[in-house]
Design a protein around this ligand. Structure first.
Ligand code: PLP
Length: 493
């Protein structure tokens, strides 16, 4: 008899027929094994490794079996450059179907005027957005000024002039050590070569975004693009204010919601905290809090749609039909009421984790969270981020080290550890479990001390973990994980 994975309030991921999914994967792995056993073995190991780890990486999640299965198909075999109904190849009717379904779901889910679902990742979505903004704001007006209707009409001199204009624009984004992303105009990323970049940081006392400072920087720098969004800022952003600032200086507001798209989709971030109505262009990944396949999406206002749709082949390689199909499935899941419960639980769990850490004496950047992540400042334990990350990993807790604002240890060793709740929430962890996780984290860090470097002096990488702590913590982690199995009932045979 088919065993149905029960859906509970705490574990709102799509329910699935565990027997059917087990059979599907057992058969698929046999087929792969016959050609390259090493790959089949790695796929099996990845499931056991994921099942056995307490994953607090803020940018990762667990997609549903329906999303995962949608990726393993012959839609991968089709070239489909262009857009729905306007392809450079024939025979694209089925890619058209899945792309239209995905775009319709994205538009409905985010109440967006336009959705482009082809980007292969978040970085690719940002590249498409930058290109579209430059084409819309710079290329088209410049062509008119040069008396040309199309780039094909340009002379060599015109090209030189256009290249200079396209590559000579300004972008203002959140500083990297305040939580911004490398693609927001920072060298050595290509966005730092496309744009002259300036950044805004966070308040030195509170760690919070200071909108008055953003406005002052924008007035002084006059960017073509004002970029909002982050990888490691633990608070929500008021996008109504960001749009006012953009309008005042004539900038295009681009929001990269890669990290918090799930909270927007799940209606945790609404009103002024939902970027989509305020941004001219919004980009996202689909695999973080949105819990879909690895990929990206661009949403935009109608006047940017034509330029955005030229993403492939001007910026992107051919669309990945199989991944777009999986995006369609994930976006359909995100439109279910259960996804709203999931998103709220992600945020509630982050608060429980933050409170659990604070109550045990830890220091958090901004003093807490109102999204899916917590940024722990490990200097109070006398450690670098690198030491803390490694000691936690030894104890079965998977995190990543991260800079904190004005980080004294730089971007490699860092002083912070970033912790996120989307993945554990997908496993069914609740607030009580996150408090226990906080207790385990503080226990490990309090038992860790820096070791001497081989050359003498304190090392930023070496550490000593008190005897028995790693084993005891591993056992406690194992108990928590056993209470919330990943893909319950899925058996690879
Ligand atoms: N934008 C932000 C804010 C991110 O945090 C990330 C990834 O961590 C990206 C973009 C890039 O996403 P991807 O790895 O899918 O290219």
């Amino acid at each position: 008899m088919a065993s149905q994975h029960a859906q509970t309030a705490a574990q709102p991921s799509a329910s699935f027929d565990a027997d059917a999914v087990s059979t599907a994967y057992q058969s698929a792995l046999e087929v792969i094994e016959a050609v390259e056993p090493g790959v089949a073995t790695a796929i099996r190991s990845e499931l056991s490794d994921q099942r056995a780890s307490l994953k607090l990486i803020a940018s990762e999640n667990y997609a549903s079996p329906a999303v995962l299965l949608a990726m393993g198909t012959w839609l991968s075999d089709k070239y489909a450059e262009g857009t729905v109904g306007h392809r450079f190849y024939s025979g694209c009717q089925n890619v058209d179907t899945v792309e239209q379904i995905a775009a319709d779901h994205a538009q409905a889910l985010f109440a967006a005027p336009h959705a482009y679902v082809q980007p292969h990742s978040g970085i690719d979505a940002n590249l498409v957005a930058f290109w579209a903004i430059l084409a819309h704001r710079v290329e088209a007006p410049a062509l008119a000024e040069l008396g040309a209707n199309h780039v094909n009409d340009l002379t060599d001199d015109d090209w030189e002039a256009l290249r200079r204009r396209l590559g000579n624009q300004r972008a203002l984004g959140m500083a990297l050590d305040a939580g911004g992303h490398l693609t927001h105009g920072f060298r050595p990323n290509i966005s730092g070569k496309m744009f002259h970049q300036a950044s805004y940081g966070t308040d030195a006392q509170t760690g919070l975004l200071d909108y008055a400072e953003v406005a002052a920087r924008a007035r002084e720098f006059r960017p073509l693009v004002l970029i909002a969004g982050y990888s490691a800022y633990p608070r929500k952003i008021n996008f109504a204010i960001m749009r006012e600032i953009a309008d005042e200086v004539g900038a295009t507001l681009m929001v990269d919601m890669a990290h918090f798209a799930g909270l927007v989709a799940g209606k945790v971030f609404t009103g002024d905290f939902d970027p989509v109505p305020f941004a001219h262009v919004t980009t996202t990944t689909t695999h973080k809090s949105l819990r879909g396949p690895r990929g990206g999406v661009v949403l935009c206002q109608p006047d940017y749609a034509e330029a955005v749709d030229r993403g492939c082949p001007l910026v992107l390689g051919g669309p990945l039909g199989h991944v777009i199909a999986a995006k369609a499935v994930a976006l359909a899941e995100a439109r279910q009421p259960s996804f709203q419960r999931y998103a709220q639980q992600v945020a509630d769990n982050a608060v429980a984790l933050a409170d659990g850490l604070l109550s045990r004496g830890a220091r958090l950047v901004t003093g807490g969270t109102d999204n899916h992540l917590v940024l722990l400042d490990v200097s109070t334990f006398g450690l670098t981020g690198r030491q803390a990350e490694s000691a936690l990993l030894d104890s079965g807790i998977v995190t990543n080290r991260n800079s904190i604002p004005r980080d004294p240890n730089g971007a490699w060793y860092t002083t912070g550890v970033r912790l996120g709740t989307p993945a554990l929430t997908s496993r069914g962890f609740g607030a009580g479990d996150l408090d226990r996780v906080a207790e385990l984290i503080v226990g490990v860090l309090a038992a860790t001390s820096p070791a001497a470097a081989p050359s003498g002096g304190a090392s930023k990488a070496r550490y000593v973990l008190a005897d028995g702590v790693a084993d005891r913590t591993h056992a406690a982690v194992g108990e928590l994980l056993a209470q919330h199995p990943l893909y319950p009932g899925l058996d690879l045979g």
